[in-house]
Design a protein around this ligand. Structure first.
Ligand SMILES: O=C(O)c1cc(=O)[nH]c(=O)n1[C@@H]1O[C@H](COP(=O)(O)O)[C@@H](O)[C@H]1O
Length: 240
């Protein structure tokens, strides 16, 4: 069984602790730490979650000049997370610098974190992309271009919506990762997300990882919500 990545979009360590109390202590989770809590708590939040035996996707979506991103990644590599990311819009030079920084900062004998690039955010519609970013192609064309740039820069994969996975997989090598947020159980509240899919649809279409936040974090029964999504993602029927 593979684990959905839980987006820990909380404002503090205390709130995360309260949330994790709903889960059995021995269950190792794959969690995503984003800018909301990282900017408040700093690297200690990562160290604490690692001590609890959880795997971490550090989602800081770096996007700056190549030198700055490269140096920042060199520092982040020392935290020993499993995965981290940049914005593909930063360009190929920036993505290469990010990868180089991660490799340089990873301690000898340790695994270099997977590095993936955000294409078009799942909260972006084609109309918004054209109006706000001045990109006058289809949204899919834009995502495919970013995915091609990401692969050329030597990164491990992309963050995209499940809607684009099939086309990305057709144009990239077989190891290239598609990590898909914007996941909702059937009939779930989409909130600010625009390009959504259910866990089972995302699996069928070839997503390698799904990221799920509010359907689990805002649930009255977070562990049950997590298990239902995990089972659906792994193709387990309720009565198996
Ligand atoms: O990089 C991400 O993780 C990300 C990229 C993207 O395009 N869309 C997106 O929603 N995310 C993240 O995925 C999570 C989705 O949360 P929910 O919409 O609550 O499931 C949030 O933490 C977002 O920051």
């Amino acid at each position: 069984m593979t684990r959905p990545i839980i987006a820990l979009d909380f404002a503090s360590k205390k709130e995360i602790q309260t949330f994790l109390d709903f889960f059995p202590r021995e269950e190792s989770l794959f969690v995503k730490i984003g800018m909301e809590v990282f900017y408040q708590e700093g690297p200690t939040i990562v160290e604490w979650l690692k001590e609890l035996n959880h795997d971490i996707f550090l989602d800081l979506k770096l996007h700056d000049i190549p030198n700055t991103v490269g140096k920042a990644m060199e520092g982040l590599a020392r935290l020993g997370v499993s995965m981290t990311n940049v914005h593909a819009a930063g360009g190929q030079e920036m993505m290469k610098a990010a990868k180089h920084g991660l490799e340089k900062g990873t301690k000898a004998g340790k695994t270099v974190p997977k590095l993936i690039a955000v294409t078009q955010l799942t909260s972006t519609s084609e109309k918004q992309m054209q109006q706000d970013q001045g990109i006058f192609s289809t949204l899919e064309e834009s995502v495919l271009r970013y995915a091609a740039n990401t692969e050329k820069s030597g990164l491990d994969g992309v963050v995209c919506s499940a809607w684009e996975v099939e086309k990305i997989k057709n144009q990239t090598n077989s190891d290239f990762i598609c990590l898909t947020p914007g996941i909702r159980p059937n009939g779930g509240d989409v909130g600010d997300q625009k390009r959504v899919m259910t866990p089972s649809e995302a699996r069928k279409i070839g997503s390698d990882f799904i990221v799920v936040g509010r359907p689990i974090t805002q649930s009255d029964q977070p562990y049950l919500a997590y298990q239902e999504i995990k089972n659906e993602w792994n193709g387990v029927c309720e009565h198996d």
